[in-house]
Structure formats: structure tokens, C-alpha cells
Design a protein around this ligand. Structure first.
Ligand SMILES: C[S@@+](CC[C@H](N)C(=O)[O-])C[C@H]1O[C@@H](n2cnc3c(N)ncnc32)[C@H](O)[C@@H]1O
Length: 262
């Protein structure tokens, strides 16, 4: 069946066999429950099935592709024809899932942020293998003191270990996207900083990084009534810039913000 890719849904289908094989060999999924997001016409789905997972759930928003998948895989997989942003990820299964996602670039960071902010102390997944625009992946994995370091790196490193697996060229897809992609592997951290409300992490990092070239003095005074005292307590030089503080320091500052607000 001929499938016309819909630009609005970011449909670039992976056609590179080597890359498809690589993706399913990153973790052992044999006998495990797997979730694939944005399966499209089922290219990666076929490779996942070859590994014999105990169950495969797929979430595909496109009604036409959901029909294609039903014809191709019938009852071998469970098709959830919905928008992943509307699905309660932790209700899909009561087992921990291995997740694969090759989502449109414009929603991949939104979904990652949503998942991290929603995780309580119980992770609903064993690992996430997600594709991003290379430039976004580089921001996620960047370390402090680098120009790419920012909110996404801090948020991801709060609860997850992140590792780049491969960069993928446009010619591995059909139709070809204009940009390079990267595949990242995320695994849950056993220990992470406890915060009262994850929204404060979003709020504080937004304040700091919306003025990333400014010295820390400015955001400190915006966040704290006594910015200078807080900086002194944590031994922070207010002449530094937001990119010079490591994630752990941000978590401590957010906790201080929460404690001061009671
Ligand atoms: C980049 S394509 C990847 C397709 C397939 N995984 C492959 O590699 O050949 C993105 C897929 O995500 C689907 N999609 C787009 N937005 C979605 C959403 N909000 N929820 C679920 N699926 C979505 C698209 O219809 C498309 O099938």
C-alpha cells in the first residue's frame, strides 16, 4: 500500500536497515513489554517484533496509519490510535516498559519534559530510546560550562542518566528531513534530588536561562528576596553566568526556594 507522508505529523519514515537493527539491539527486549510511539507504517515495529517482546503497544495519532498497522500486524500488537500527549503513560501497562520513540521533532522535547515532570518516585519505564533533532539531543546531553547547557540538560539529568547512541543522517529516512537526528538512551536514576513541586524546577530554570548571558546577580534577585545571602550560603559567585552552575546546584537552589516559601 502506498503511504503518503504527512508533513503536519512529522512523518519521516526510517528506511535504513542498519539503523533499524542498531535501535532494537541497544537493550534486551526479548520477553519484555515494549511501547513504541509514532510507529508510522511499522518499519521499526517489524524489527521490534523480531526480538520477541512479551507484548508490544504502539501509540499512533494518524488514523490512516493506524489502519495500515492493523492490516500489517493484526492482533500481534496493541494499537492505541491516539495522541501521545493525551495518553496517561503510566496507565498503559502495570509492567515497566521499554520505550521507543521516533516522534515529530516539534513534540519530542514536550513529551520528554512531560514524562520527567510526571514521574513520582515510581518509574513506569525501564528505559527510553528516543530520537531527537541532533541539535536538541546535543542540548540534552551537554554538561555545565558549555554554551548548549540549559533547561533541558538540567531537567533530564534530574531523574535520568542519558547517553547518545548514534547520529542518524537524513538519507536514513524517507522522505528525507532537512536536519541530522540523534538517538538517545535514557535510564532511570536510582537516587535523585527530592523536590516538593517539579513545576518549581521549570519555573526557576526558566528565569535563569531566559537571560543566559547575564550574570547570576539578576536572576538571584528575581527568585530570592535575599539573593546575596542565598548565594553566600551555597558559595556561589554572583558574577558567574547561569551555564556555570551544575545541575546539583540548581536542585539545591530550587529546594531552598521551596523551603523559604514554606
Ligand atoms: C518521524 S515519524 C516515525 C515513523 C516510524 N517510527 C519510522 O521510523 O518509520 C513520526 C510518527 O509519529 C506519528 N505522530 C505524530 N504526532 C504524534 C502524536 N502526537 N502522538 C502519536 N503519534 C504521533 C506520526 O504520524 C508518524 O507516524
Amino acid at each position: 500500500m502506498y503511504i503518503k507522508a504527512k508533513k503536519s505529523l512529522g512523518q519521516n519514515f526510517l528506511i535504513d536497515r542498519e539503523v533499524l537493527e542498531k535501535i532494537v539491539s541497544i537493550t534486551n527486549i526479548t520477553g519484555k513489554e515494549v511501547l513504541e510511539i509514532g510507529p508510522g507504517s511499522g518499519n521499526l515495529t517489524t524489527y521490534i517484533m523480531k526480538q520477541k517482546p512479551s507484548k508490544l503497544y504502539v501509540v499512533e495519532k494518524d488514523d490512516d496509519l493506524a489502519i495500515v498497522l492493523k492490516e500489517k500486524f493484526d492482533n500481534e500488537i496493541e494499537i492505541i490510535n491516539d495522541d501521545i500527549l493525551k495518553v496517561s503513560e503510566d496507565k498503559i501497562s502495570n509492567q515497566k516498559l521499554s520505550v521507543f520513540g521516533n516522534l515529530p521533532y516539534n513534540i519530542s522535547t514536550e513529551i520528554l519534559s512531560k514524562w520527567i515532570l510526571n514521574i513520582g518516585s515510581n518509574f513506569w519505564f525501564e528505559n527510553l530510546i528516543l530520537m531527537f533533532q541532533k541539535e536538541v539531543a546535543d542540548r540534552i546531553i551537554s554538561k555545565f560550562n558549555s554554551s548548549k547547557y540549559g533547561r533541558l540538560s538540567i531537567l533530564s539529568s534530574w531523574k535520568l542518566n542519558v547517553e547518545k547512541i548514534i547520529d542518524i543522517k537524513p538519507q536514513s529516512f524517507s522522505p528525507r528531513p532537512k536536519i541530522d537526528s540523534s538517538l538517545l538512551l535514557f535510564t532511570p536514576k536510582k537516587k535523585f534530588f527530592k523536590l516538593k513541586d517539579p513545576k518549581n524546577l521549570e519555573k526557576i530554570t526558566r528565569i535563569f536561562f531566559s537571560q543566559r548571558r547575564k550574570m547570576l546577580k539578576k536572576p538571584f534577585n528575581q527568585v530570592f528576596a535575599n539573593g546575596r545571602d542565598v548565594a553566600e550560603k551555597f558559595g556561589i559567585d554572583l558574577n558567574l553566568r547561569p551555564q556555570n552552575l551544575e545541575p546539583e546546584t540548581y536542585f539545591k537552589l530550587i529546594k531552598e526556594y521551596e523551603d523559604l516559601r514554606g
